[in-house]
Each structure stands twice: as C-alpha cells, then as structure tokens.
Design a binder for this molecule. Structure first.
Ligand SMILES: [Zn+2]
Length: 282
C-alpha cells in the first residue's frame, strides 16, 4: 500500500554528521553494539508469514509486524505462531485508510485504532502498544498540520500507547526517540527501488552515529510484483548486512524499553526515601 514519504536522501541531506555524534550513544546499546536496528513489516501480508518470518528466524532476529486487521484475519493461527516466536504484533488499524477524516477525528480513532487494538489483544494477548500510521498520514481532524499531529499523538498517549512509527526521517539518537516517540523516524529503503543501496546507506549512517535505525518493508517474494515489494534476495542481503555489522537487532518495543530504562531507573532513585543528591552522586 502507498506511502506518503519524503525522499530518504532529502531527509538525510540536512543532517550534519559532525554536529550530531553523541559520545554517549556508542556504549548505550546492549552487547557492545555500535547501533540499533529494528525490522518492521507493514500491512499484515501473507508474505510476512511465509518469507519474512523464516528469514528472520534463520538469523535469530525478531521483527515488529504492523497488522491491518482486514488483511490478517484469515491467518490468525499463523500470526499466533509468529507471536510465539518472539515477534511483536502491533497496530496498523483495521482498514488502512490513507485519507483521514477532517471531522469527527475521535470517532475515527475509536473505530480504526482502538477497535483494532482491542481485537489484537484478544487474539494475541499482551504485545507492545505500538502504532504505525497508515500511509504515514497524520493529518487527523481540522487545523494546521502541527495541530493535527498533536491531536493524533494525544489520542495515542491518552490510550496508553508507548510509541508510533512514521515512514521517513533519519536514524535516531536515543534522546531523540524518547522525545519523539509518537513520530519515530523510519526508512522504507526498498519501496521505490528494489536494491540494497538506500538500506545500506541508512545502516551506515546509524552505525557511524551510534543511532537507532528502523527499516520498513511491505510485500516480499521471489519477484517484485508491485511498487513497494522487496525480493527475497534483496531482503536477505539487508539482513546479512545487519548480521555482519555491529548492530543490536531488536523489535521496536524492546528498543523503546531499553531507551526508557535509564530515565526510569533515575526516577526510581530520586523517589527512594532517604536518598540525597550527595549519595545519588556517589
Ligand atoms: Zn501500511
């Protein structure tokens, strides 16, 4: 399904390498990894079960699958098996509307997002409460783009969601991701062209800057049948690049929990009775 995405290269062009390196980012990731990467798959397609699942398992990777209820409901048993394998199954609405209503936005949110969440929780039990915007569309309700975006974020946050993924923007520092958790950057590097070029460039950038890269894929298969598809050969090559590099590969919800951990630990220390600034500093 279509993506409303800015050009990746355009998004990267404004990034100054030297000014954005954070010394603290490099040792931040588990296992001495230089950067983090999450693999996400949109729309609840059959090829995610048949192709993506085995390709990830072969490398010991776990992915984040954003399901559209309409697409996945004939394959509930297969998706349950994916959840049992450790993959995250998250919310991409019921019908994947790309044109959002200008009126009654709360009603849309209730029918498409909350209803999907309720159905997924019934089917799969507890999963990270994550969302991916269909088509990257965030223009929910009336007002300026900022007001629309803020409305969507507020609805998600109020309902206990922990994050939401867009489909563009450069790899993120942990601090950026913590602040912008309802507009997480990501790249769909094979959407326009079925090559490894954009993916490798994006991964290189994450590696060089010690950042978190989220990749987005749609249909997979032996051949590219339509725009957005990725061939298994290209998908495998991207996974091999990740396996061979100094990456911590983990699902989105798991990376967010890791990013949140220092702040939560600090908050616990600050609320412990009897602690003082001096003892905390020690
Ligand atoms: Zn989608």
């Amino acid at each position: 399904m279509g993506l409303g995405r800015r050009s990746l290269l355009g998004g990267l062009a404004g990034l100054s390498l030297s000014s954005t390196v954070r010394a603290a980012d490099a040792p931040f990731w588990p296992g001495g990894a230089r950067a983090a990467v999450s693999l996400s798959y949109d729309d609840g397609l059959e090829s995610h079960i048949a192709q993506a699942g085995p390709a990830l398992s072969a490398r010991g990777f776990r992915g984040t699958f954003f399901l559209t209820l309409e697409n996945m409901q004939d394959h509930v048993a297969d998706w349950r098996a994916m959840a049992t394998s450790g993959h995250e199954l998250c919310n991409h609405t019921i019908h994947h509307f790309c044109g959002l209503p200008k009126t009654a936005p709360k009603s849309y949110f209730t029918r498409e997002v909350l209803e999907a969440q309720s159905r997924f929780e019934t089917l799969f039990g507890a999963q990270p409460k994550l969302f991916a915007y269909p088509c990257g569309a965030t223009d929910l309700g009336e007002g300026t783009p900022n007001e629309q975006l803020r409305r969507y974020h507020t609805y998600l946050q109020t309902e206990g969601f922990v994050g939401a993924r867009t489909s563009d923007g450069p790899p993120m520092s942990p601090a950026y991701a913590r602040r912008h958790r309802f507009a997480l950057n990501a790249s769909a590097p094979t959407y326009e062209r079925n090559t490894t070029d954009e993916a490798f460039e994006y991964l290189d950038m994450a590696q060089n800057l010690g950042r978190w890269a989220i990749l987005v894929f749609h249909g997979l298969g032996p051949q590219r049948r339509e725009s957005g598809d990725t061939t298994n050969a290209v998908h495998d090559a991207i996974l091999d690049r990740i396996e061979g590099g100094p990456f911590w590969c983990a699902p989105i919800g798991e990376v967010l929990r890791h990013i949140d951990a220092p702040a939560k630990a600090q908050a616990r220390r600050l609320t412990q009775p009897g602690t003082s600034i001096a003892t905390r500093a020690a």
